[in-house]
Design a protein. Structure first.
Length: 299
């Protein structure tokens, strides 16, 4: 078997993440910060392995679909540096869009929720994968093939940006230049994303660039007066790995069954999490609006 430079690059980056994870574990236990628990860490690993199995199962279909669409490319970038710059930027934007759909459409949230289900936040949380995402992720990246990017390059760019996304899953405060924090996703930005506080819900969707969130209104800074609480607004009582994967599908099915009309059933599937036909629960944007109104009255 012949290994390419890309294989070695990805392997080295994954190895770097594993080493950093072990280092964070050591300092967490040495300083009694309790960032890790055995059950939570093993759940993260189980979900990662499940996602890898599905990724490998879908790899061939994903590759051939991207390669097929590449035949109908609209243009081709000849300059190698500009080629990779545009690919990374476009791929990161499409990830932001994919991620946003995972938060604003309940059917997709039922799959993405696994990544947010931990009440802990550490480097292994990045391994707590959206298990079923490989089944639909490729359709969000098809525009890249039509833009003249090869299937192999698209998949490599995705791996590299995913690795960066793993690195920001840490509670350690890392001082970074202001210009960097304005452009790129940082651990502070991603801590907000994993918070269950009303103010922080559905914020900071970016993988590498935080600019998409700043430009499209989904940015929220971490505030010292609103200490982050990790996990879901309503945590499942059964935190076993299987229930973590399927609990939101079960809840969604129950809501669809109780909906009085066909359109209400459809809305439960396509509307944001929290939507209800009788107003008994609320979506994040409504709760955030009420929070801001309450704070303005208090001030």
């Amino acid at each position: 078997m012949k290994y390419t430079g890309s294989d070695f690059s990805v392997g080295a980056l994954f190895g770097f993440i594993i080493v950093l994870t072990l280092v964070e574990m050591y300092f967490s236990y040495a300083h009694d910060r309790k960032l890790y628990t055995k059950r939570d860490t093993w759940t993260n690993i189980y979900l990662m392995v499940s996602a890898i199995v599905i990724n490998l199962t879908m790899k061939t279909a994903t590759f051939f679909l991207l390669a097929y669409c590449y035949q109908f490319r609209l243009f081709q970038i000849s300059n190698i540096w500009f080629y990779w710059l545009v690919l990374i930027l476009a791929q990161d934007f499409l990830y932001w869009f994919l991620h946003s759909v995972g938060h604003y459409v309940r059917f997709f949230w039922a799959m993405h929720v696994t990544h947010h289900s931990s009440e802990h936040f550490n480097l292994t949380t990045g391994f707590r994968s959206t298990v079923f995402e490989p089944f639909y992720r490729v359709f969000f990246y098809l525009p890249l093939a039509f833009m003249g990017f090869t299937a192999m390059d698209i998949l490599f760019a995705y791996l590299v940006t995913q690795i960066y996304g793993n690195l920001v899953h840490t509670q350690y405060n890392i001082k970074l230049p202001k210009w960097y924090e304005y452009i790129f996703v940082t651990p502070s930005h991603h801590r907000v994303h994993h918070a269950s506080n009303v103010r922080y819900l559905d914020k900071n969707m970016g993988m590498v660039l935080i600019l998409w969130d700043r430009w499209f209104g989904t940015f929220q800074a971490e505030l010292p007066e609103d200490k982050i609480k990790y996990g879901l607004t309503t945590q499942p009582t059964d935190t076993g790995a299987v229930n973590i994967i399927f609990h939101e599908f079960i809840a969604l099915t129950a809501d669809v069954k109780k909906a009085p009309t066909f359109m209400d059933k459809v809305k439960y599937i396509v509307n944001p999490p929290g939507w209800s036909h009788d107003g008994s629960t609320k979506i994040a944007k409504i709760m955030q609006k009420e929070l801001l109104e309450q704070e303005s009255l208090e001030n």
